[in-house]
Design a protein around this ligand. Structure first.
Ligand SMILES: [Zn+2]
Length: 390
């Protein structure tokens, strides 16, 4: 089973070197956008034609040639991904936004297995293609030594508000051995608590994220007060960008740690496949929901399910909060009612009742083999997940 995950390290180099990295990123973007252009003009082109176009671009433009050929190919693949997504969406009538491929300003450049070298201690990376960006020390790369070089499938250099990062996509086909715990758990996520499980245990929403949210607002206002195009405004924008980065890191950290702990200490994890996007439309709920980072949490639950060889089931949302977990009567309640009280005598915390329903639904799905959707995927491409969130 192929499991990809990402290790990230910050690059340390000179201003001159980072200027070269900017050029590399621009070139990757140029290749990607040229592919999109080519597709727009000719329409019936396929992945193959785009990959052939890379060679043409390299012949025509001196600087495009400087970029490693596999890196050019990776850019073409990215273009193809967005074209393919568009085609897939067109075939699917339930998807409203088809996402016509657009030109994009690139923020990263991706290498596959050539065009760079890692040092013996794996603590620095040297780019050896025509751009000659040279060697960069890496901060936070100590884990890299645990992996074989052939496990590194891709290296992506990403530009962020606070500097440049190298992301290593690692093929992690060795599953971690974990003993069965003989525990099962169902998680009901909610606005009051991050989740409530079927035994009534609650995990609170991370408060520090709320605080950061306020700081973000303040910094945003500061940006809008500064004169457009001024140096002060640029500074304020950079500050805001850094804060955003910090918040998204905190959020990810929370999701990863919690998901790992939940999956490791249970053999079966059931959660409700919330339509987060639909809920976010609801204005008042929006902030807390994005804040709580459920979507990210769910992604990591599924990821650790694969790594630890546990079963993780997403149950489609259905009456879980109204149905009585004991007698299956429908007991309607408003959002503010925190207790489920049924005429059958079942009195439970509202969320605990919901998670018990979830568990029952999960077991039902499991007995019908309906969980295979998740584990049969075989791999979660966290490279892509992290890209959309970078
Ligand atoms: Zn009942």
């Amino acid at each position: 089973m192929l499991v990809l995950f990402v290790l990230e390290a910050k690059l340390r180099g000179s201003t001159k070197q980072f200027a070269i990295i900017d050029e590399m990123i621009r070139t990757a973007g140029f290749v990607r956008n040229s592919c999109i252009r080519h597709w727009m003009d000719n329409r019936d082109v396929g992945q193959y034609d785009l990959s052939a176009l890379c060679a043409v671009l390299a012949r025509e433009y001196e600087w495009a040639k400087k970029l490693n050929s596999q890196a050019r190919q990776a850019s073409a693949e990215r273009a193809w991904q967005s074209i393919k997504r568009f085609y897939d969406n067109c075939k699917n009538p339930s998807v409203k936004k088809k996402g016509y491929p657009k030109f994009k300003k690139s923020r990263s450049v991706e290498y596959k297995t050539t065009g760079y070298k890692l040092s013996e201690d794996r603590q620095s990376i040297t780019f050896i293609d025509g751009f000659k960006a040279g060697s960069f020390r890496m901060i936070g790369a100590f884990n890299l030594k645990y992996y074989q070089l052939e496990q590194i499938k891709r290296v992506r250099v990403v530009r962020r508000a606070d500097g440049y990062y190298a992301q290593f996509c690692i093929d992690h086909d060795r599953l971690e051995e974990v003993k069965p715990t003989e525990q099962i758990i169902a998680l009901d996520v909610g606005l009051m608590h991050f989740y409530t499980d079927n035994r009534g245990n609650k995990v609170d929403n991370p408060r520090h994220l709320k605080k950061s949210e306020k700081a973000l607002k303040r910094l945003g206002r500061r940006v809008s007060r500064k004169v457009k195009g001024s140096k002060k405004r640029r500074k304020a924008i950079n500050k805001l960008g850094r804060k955003h980065l910090k918040v998204s890191r905190q959020r990810k950290d929370f999701a990863v740690k919690l998901a790992r702990c939940v999956v490791k200490s249970n053999d079966l994890v059931v959660f409700e496949a919330l339509k987060v996007r639909n809920m976010v439309k609801h204005r008042h709920l929006a902030k807390s929901i994005s804040d709580a980072a459920w979507r990210q949490f769910f992604e990591w639950l599924e990821y650790y399910g694969i790594v630890f060889g546990k079963i993780v089931i997403a149950v489609p949302p259905q009456y879980t909060s109204t149905e009585c977990s004991l007698c299956h009567r429908i007991v309607k309640k408003s959002l503010s009612e925190r207790t489920h009280a049924c005429e059958c005598g079942c009195i439970l915390d509202r969320d605990e009742n919901a998670s018990r329903n979830l568990l029952a639904k999960g077991l039902e799905l499991l007995s019908r083999g309906g969980h295979s959707r998740i584990n049969a995927q075989g791999h979660l491409n966290l490279c892509q997940i992290s890209e959309s969130k970078a």
